[in-house]
Design a protein around this ligand. Structure first.
Ligand SMILES: C[S@@+](CC[C@H](N)C(=O)[O-])C[C@H]1O[C@@H](n2cnc3c(N)ncnc32)[C@H](O)[C@@H]1O
Length: 324
């Protein structure tokens, strides 16, 4: 069974304004919860393309969406291939794109995947089981300075140096191969009073390792900019993030795309070519309500941001740079 509680399901559905004849892309199909809702709203003319880099997730979603087989296409790939795959299948402009970032509950709950500090398993953390780089490689092979930087920037961990030093000392004696071996080292490295505050002491280091193993921020940033290009006019991009690093990327990109080119003060109206290509659908991120927070603890850090494409960009605008 693939049990994943889909976060902000109604809000995503409303936000995407699914049309029965539209073409939609779910970049992170996971257990297929959001996709199922989208597919149910499509008619014969509609189409859903569902990406996941995790074979188990894709199989589970395919099974769940069996009844919509004729209108769904499953793609086992990293979503950084979004633009390429859409061109390859000649799908034209897309009407809605969803990113529901991070890991799914089964990835965390299946101890053997090595994502969770709660389960003892091989240090793995790969979302795509065909990929070579694992958490074990990073923990055992990255130099001390690189580990410190990783823990600090992707984990926002105050005791990055102490933890990296501990790892460095331990791996001289024996390889660090399991999640619990790492958890013990983290606990030993963090001073006792700090260990009792701010949730599980290994949480931030596990997050940092997971981001690095799966190159999550770069992949998301690339794919988000591709999404801006492949989405059609009136099409929407919805993004659910679970930590501040990915939310910041999303917020900054959406802001850049929805900000007009500065106009001289004396101009009475804004020239057409100064208007931005996107507009924000919600100014503030949408967060789960009290019922959802009660039903699903994992939703507590979720933030949903949505933008709509309102015009094609002027040639002095690029999604990466904004206005030149
Ligand atoms: C939070 S879950 C999605 C859950 C899904 N929305 C649902 O309702 O069941 C995130 C999924 O995205 C996948 N994923 C994360 N990063 C990815 C990437 N760069 N490319 C493709 N899939 C990715 C993960 O493997 C995971 O299955």
């Amino acid at each position: 069974m693939f049990n994943h509680y889909s976060v902000l399901k109604d809000e995503v559905l409303q936000g995407l304004e699914v049309r029965s004849d539209g073409t939609y892309v779910d970049c992170t199909v996971g257990g297929g919860g959001h996709s199922e809702q989208i597919a149910a709203r499509l008619g014969d003319e509609g189409m859903l393309v569902a990406f996941d880099q995790d074979r188990d997730a894709l199989d589970a979603a395919q099974n769940r969406l069996k009844q919509y087989d004729s209108r769904t296409m499953f793609v086992h790939a990293n979503f950084r291939e979004l633009e390429e795959r859409i061109a390859h299948h000649q799908l034209g402009k897309i009407d809605g794109i969803l990113f529901d970032l991070g890991v799914s509950s089964p990835q965390l709950d299946r101890g053997e995947r090595g994502f969770s500090y709660q389960h003892n398993a091989e240090l793995d953390m790969r979302m795509n089981q065909n990929q070579e780089r694992t958490a074990r490689e990073i923990v055992n092979e990255w130099p001390y300075q690189q580990l410190v930087k990783l823990f600090f920037s992707y984990g926002e961990e105050k005791f990055s140096k102490q933890i990296a030093r501990k790892i460095e000392g331990e791996r001289k004696k024996q390889p660090i191969t399991t999640t619990h071996q790492l958890v013990d080292l983290i606990k030993e490295a963090i001073p006792a009073p700090a260990r009792r505050k701010g949730g599980h002491p290994a949480k931030r280091i596990f997050q940092a390792l997971r981001i690095a193993v799966n190159d999550e921020l770069t992949a998301f940033n690339d794919a988000l900019h591709q999404a801006a290009r492949v989405i059609g006019i009136n099409g929407r991009i919805a993004v659910i993030t679970f930590h501040s690093l990915e939310d910041r990327l999303c917020k900054q990109a959406f802001k850049k795309w929805s900000t007009a080119k500065p106009v001289p003060r004396n101009l009475p109206i804004m020239p057409e070519d100064h208007k931005p290509p996107f507009q924000l659908v919600n100014k503030k991120p949408i967060v789960p309500g009290s019922q959802e927070l009660h039903d699903n603890r994992r939703s507590r850090s979720a933030k949903l941001r949505i933008v709509e494409k309102v015009r094609e960009w002027d040639e002095t605008f690029t999604y990466e740079e904004g206005w030149n």
